[in-house]
Design a protein around this ligand. Sequence first.
Ligand SMILES: [Zn+2]
Ligand SMILES: [Zn+2]
Length: 319
Amino acid sequence: MPPMFKTSLHAISALALLCGAACGQPISTAQAVSDAKWADNVTVTVAADSFRYVSDSLPNHALADSYLIPIGQAQPFTDFEVKKTEGFVTATQIDVIIPLMPLYSETVTDTSLGMIGVMISGSRFFNDYENPQRSIVAMDDQHTQDGASFLDDCNAHPLQNGSAYHYHASPPCVSETVDSKGSHSIMIGVLLDGFPIFGPQGDGGVIVTNADLDECSGHVGATPEFPEGIYHYHLTITQAPYSIDCYHGVVDASVTTQMASPGGPPDFAAAAAKLGIERHTLTDALGEERPPNLEKAAATLGISVEVLRSALGPPPEAP
Ligand SMILES: [Zn+2]
Ligand SMILES: [Zn+2]
């Protein structure tokens, strides 16, 4: 056999060994999910092909004493107020079903605002952005004023109303409790498509960069939980994307749409009642698009965007 041919065969078998999920053979994450170091406030129930994650959403690590909360909805945010954490940051229940046999898809799906995954700390995981247009990256829009910051040391913060504490990037407060120097990071969460999420350490503990990862910040390789290799996501720490901006796994649209609103979908019946119209008139105007095009819907209903927005309540990700 010519040496070149031999080498390429060798490369192919190494790839076959490592690619697993990416090559069409789903790998079960059941053992890793069962063994993960979930916080005390997290209940994980493993079923045949999925698991249910229930938590009050408060992290098992310390919060900042106060947060810098934007005033108003206009972005990029320019006006902030300091909110003391105590009495402001509230628990907001998470109850979600996530697949245990994630299916790798060649087609990627953009992650939306709102919850895109769950963390072992008990809290939500969000993508990079603060706005649906994906132009404002939370990590690159950090503000500090009067001793309070927009994002805390864990790269996280609550929503504008104090609910749904969430991470926008690798949380050192979580990774550092499980990772060891010189080794690949330990699983710190699971994305809604079922693929595991890791901190910034790759093979041998070397910090991964975006150059090592695909467009969804994932790659195929071995991890301590999956020595045979699996497709998995890494949270990088040097430049955007810090978080996960697309799913490389098959996602259940009904789950991701619902999770885009921290407290579930808006109460359309209540919003319609406030506007003095039928529920179906409102939902027809909002259409299927998520997040809905409020300008278009308001024009259809013959009302202002402000009136529509106030009837629907705060948007899912603000901030
Ligand atoms: Zn890796
Ligand atoms: Zn945020």
